[in-house]
Ligand binder design. Structure first.
Ligand code: MLT
Ligand code: MN
Ligand code: ZN
Length: 303
């Protein structure tokens, strides 16, 4: 049968919150990314773009870097006076790296925002988001597992994955690895293809791993290589798990759980600037040896 779809997925931003380089960081990766001519290119914050026809696009997570991401991707630029190919935005949590871009998109342009009730509440509770004209920008609350269409022909479902409330809503020690509306992944289907986008995940249950088996592509949380990486690098006191991100390496890491899956494209995204996989070395070799690719800005896959 002829494959009628041309499902395109573009990594708009491969880095986690802060980007690479992060404005106040002088770690090995951030320093390398600032060097002119360096083989380590700067990377923007967490976002994917998806299209079925190259004309209409859905954006998954509104990165604070979305203005630059549009500038870097011609397909997302206006075709005429006051126009945008961006039809919709889908949000996977309420963290700043996934929400702040909404403020950049405030120039009287219609689009739809899809989010869980909990994430929609974060937007509704913050008056600054009122700059998005409610007559033009509508927020559609979507229940976990309820099918919805960010683009005609692109069927999406939000799946609950273990996570926590956004950092700015933490009040003391938050409950970790909560499966609910605070952190979700996405299942996307079009013309018999199935893919997943899970940029934040605190832990992997057998049930979730089983669901991912046999997909055509998987974009997964590659925030930290090791759980204590930020402590070891001297840039912070938090483990990955405390931030709601499971590590890549180790017995409980994502590489061990997901490496064996028969998924032809397995790609780490939402990669923190401290992560050693940004550069050549044993960690990167380990990841690639287990069939994972390291996402980068501008990476495009077609299914
Ligand atoms: C995260 O992914 O942990 C968040 O983006 C943290 C943050 O808001 O800086
Ligand atoms: Mn983040
Ligand atoms: Zn850094």
């Amino acid at each position: 049968m002829k494959n009628t779809s041309d499902l395109r997925v573009v990594v708009l931003g491969a880095a986690a919150g802060g980007g690479l380089p992060q404005w106040n960081c002088g770690c090995r990766n951030c320093s390398a990314a600032r060097e002119p001519g360096s083989s380590l290119r700067p990377q923007t914050q967490s976002s994917l773009a998806v299209s079925l026809d190259g004309e209409a696009w859905a954006i998954f997570n509104a990165s604070p870097d979305i203005r630059q991401q549009i500038q870097d991707n011609r397909a997302l630029q206006p075709r005429r006076l006051r126009h945008s190919p961006i039809n919709s935005l889908v949000l996977t949590n309420g963290d700043i790296d996934h929400l702040a871009g909404l403020l950049v998109l405030r120039e009287k342009q219609p689009f739809t925002v899809f989010a869980t009730g909990a994430v929609a509440e974060v937007i509704a509770d913050n008056p600054v988001f009122g700059v998005l004209d409610p007559g033009l920008v509508s927020t559609r609350v979507v229940a976990i597992e309820e099918p919805f269409f960010p683009l005609p022909g692109l069927e999406a479902r939000l799946l609950a994955v273990p996570g926590k409330v956004p950092l700015f809503l933490e009040d003391g020690d938050p409950e970790l690895e909560v499966e609910g509306e605070q952190t979700v992944g996405l299942e996307l289907r079009a013309d018999g293809k199935r893919l997943y986008y899970i940029p934040g995940c605190g832990a992997l249950s057998d049930r979730l791993v089983a669901r991912l088996e046999g997909a055509d592509a998987l974009f997964f949380d590659g925030t930290l290589f090791s759980d204590d990486e930020m402590i070891a690098a001297g840039v912070g006191q938090k483990t990955g798990r405390r931030m709601g991100h499971m590590p890549i390496a180790g017995e409980d890491g994502s590489l061990k759980a997901l490496g064996p899956l028969k998924v032809p494209r397995k790609i780490y995204v939402h990669i923190n600037n401290t992560n050693p996989i940004w550069q050549a070395g044993p960690e990167r070799e380990q990841v690639e040896g287990h069939g994972f690719e390291v996402g980068f800005d501008g990476m495009e896959i077609r299914l």
